[in-house]
Each structure stands twice: as structure tokens, then as C-alpha cells.
Design a protein around this ligand. Structure first.
Ligand SMILES: C[S@@+](CC[C@H](N)C(=O)[O-])C[C@H]1O[C@@H](n2cnc3c(N)ncnc32)[C@H](O)[C@@H]1O
Length: 239
């Protein structure tokens, strides 16, 4: 049986859909992804230093760099980690000259990275959690705690299953039935984005990740966005 959490499987999915990822994610979320990225940036606690160095985990096409650098113009560098060749390629193609000298691209598995310990002033991650299972979330929490400096800050956001929301079944119908049909019709029978519904339902929300991060000694605030259609965790490594 296919393991949809195998990093090689996930890499293939994003290598196939990387070219269409930006417009698809905007259309499929009715523009909410852009709002949620900005909210994730806002959730970052104050930076611990004047010229911070940080990491964007599961950076994809780099959609968060604009809002991040606008809010923190003195960011010195961002290490962009992503497993997908095509997503990096798209990111590089879109990089504005003014930002390119601050971005370092690493095509690696975020859970098997070789980032030095205790060196990041901040860590951000937008929409990269749902393709991890619970064991991978536990590993990811270890990595967040490891790469951050004492005093370093983080914010992570992911589309979530809005349990308890009266319109939840409509939302899941949109994710699991409507979007796969649109993809099938407009992207010549492709069924990659169609998996988002399954990943989102399996993921639930960021509360499990919040517990893992607290277990690593981090200070964590959990938030719900738009009735729980996205959830985030943000906080700091004490020190
Ligand atoms: C839904 S996209 C999000 C991209 C971007 N952060 C955004 O806000 O649009 C998820 C990204 O996570 C990457 N990814 C998934 N598993 C990964 C892993 N184990 N290591 C590194 N990147 C991974 C995928 O290649 C993809 O680019």
C-alpha cells in the first residue's frame, strides 16, 4: 500500500504540481492562504536580535518571504528548506533581486537536515505540516527546538479540520469532492492537489504539534484562524 507520508512520495507530488502550486492554492482557498501566511508572520514573537538569521521549513515557492521581509526588513538571511526540486525552481524563478542575496536554498528532507544546532534566530513554516504524520511531527518538534538559539522564536501554520464548525461538512466537501473535480478538469486528469483533503482530515489541527513542541521545552501559543480552517503554533525557546 502507498505510504502518503513517505518523503519520496511527497517529493514526487510537489515536483509534479509545483508549476501550478501558487495559483491553485490561492483559488482553492479563496485567497485565505495569503491571509494565513500574513497571520503566521504576525504570530512570530519579537525577533531576538537586530539582524536575525532564520529558517523557512517546507519553504515551497517562498510565498511567505514577502510578508516576512516586509514586517522584518532587517532579516539578514533565510535558509529555505524544501524536499522538492520543482518547488525550489519556482521559488528561484520568482525571487526578486532585492531578496535573492538573503535566501539560501537547501533541497533536503526537513527531518534529516544538517543545520547546525542552536543557530537560528527564527523559524517559520507555512502549510508544511499536513504531509507529516504524528511520528514525523514529534521529529519535527525536536528539530525546531534543536536549530533555534536560546531566545529564538518560531511560528508555524497549517490548514486544519475545523471540528465543531457548523459549516465543517461543506468545507470538507469542497476539499474532498469539489477540488479534485476542478483539478481533474483543468489539469488534464491530475489528482495531486486532490490529496489535500485526505491530508487535512488526517492532520486534524496543530494541537498535537503544540504538545510535541512543549515537550521539547518551548513556550507555545496555539491559535485558531477562521473558525479553525487553519491553526497555528508560535512561541519561543527559553533562554
Ligand atoms: C503545501 S507546500 C507549502 C509551501 C510554502 N511554505 C507555502 O506557504 O506555500 C508544502 C511544501 O512542503 C514540502 N515538504 C514536504 N515534506 C517535506 C520534507 N520532509 N522536507 C522538506 N520539505 C518538505 C513540499 O515539497 C512542499 O513544497
Amino acid at each position: 500500500m502507498t505510504d502518503i507520508y513517505d518523503p519520496a512520495f511527497v517529493k514526487d507530488v510537489f515536483d509534479r504540481c509545483g508549476r501550478n502550486y501558487r495559483w491553485w492554492s490561492m483559488v482553492a482557498s479563496f485567497g485565505f492562504v495569503a491571509i494565513w501566511r500574513r497571520q503566521c508572520v504576525s504570530a512570530l514573537p519579537p525577533m531576538p536580535c537586530e539582524r536575525p538569521h532564520g529558517v523557512d521549513m517546507m519553504a515551497g515557492t517562498g510565498e511567505v518571504w514577502g510578508p516576512l521581509i516586509r514586517r522584518h526588513p532587517r532579516i539578514a538571511s533565510i535558509t529555505a528548506i524544501d524536499i522538492s526540486t520543482e518547488m525550489h525552481r519556482q521559488a528561484v524563478a520568482r525571487l526578486h533581486r532585492s531578496r535573492s542575496d538573503r535566501i539560501r536554498h537547501l533541497e533536503i528532507d526537513a527531518l534529516a537536515n544538517n543545520l547546525p544546532t542552536g543557530t537560528a534566530d527564527f523559524l517559520i513554516s507555512t502549510f508544511g505540516m499536513k504531509t507529516f504524520n504524528a511520528a514525523q511531527h514529534a521529529k519535527f518538534a525536536v528539530e525546531v527546538a534543536r536549530v533555534l538559539k536560546p531566545g529564538g522564536v518560531f511560528a508555524i501554520i497549517e490548514a486544519s479540520d475545523p471540528e465543531g464548525w457548523p459549516l465543517r461538512s461543506l468545507y470538507l466537501f469542497h476539499l474532498e469532492k469539489v477540488l479534485p473535480w476542478i483539478e481533474y478538469l483543468f489539469l488534464r486528469g491530475a489528482q495531486d492537489f486532490a490529496m489535500i483533503g485526505q491530508y487535512t482530515r488526517n492532520f486534524g489541527d496543530c494541537s498535537g504539534l503544540a504538545e510535541e513542541l512543549r515537550g521539547q521545552g518551548l513556550e507555545v501559543t496555539f491559535r485558531r484562524h477562521f473558525f479553525g480552517c487553519a491553526t497555528s503554533v508560535a512561541g519561543r525557546k527559553p533562554g
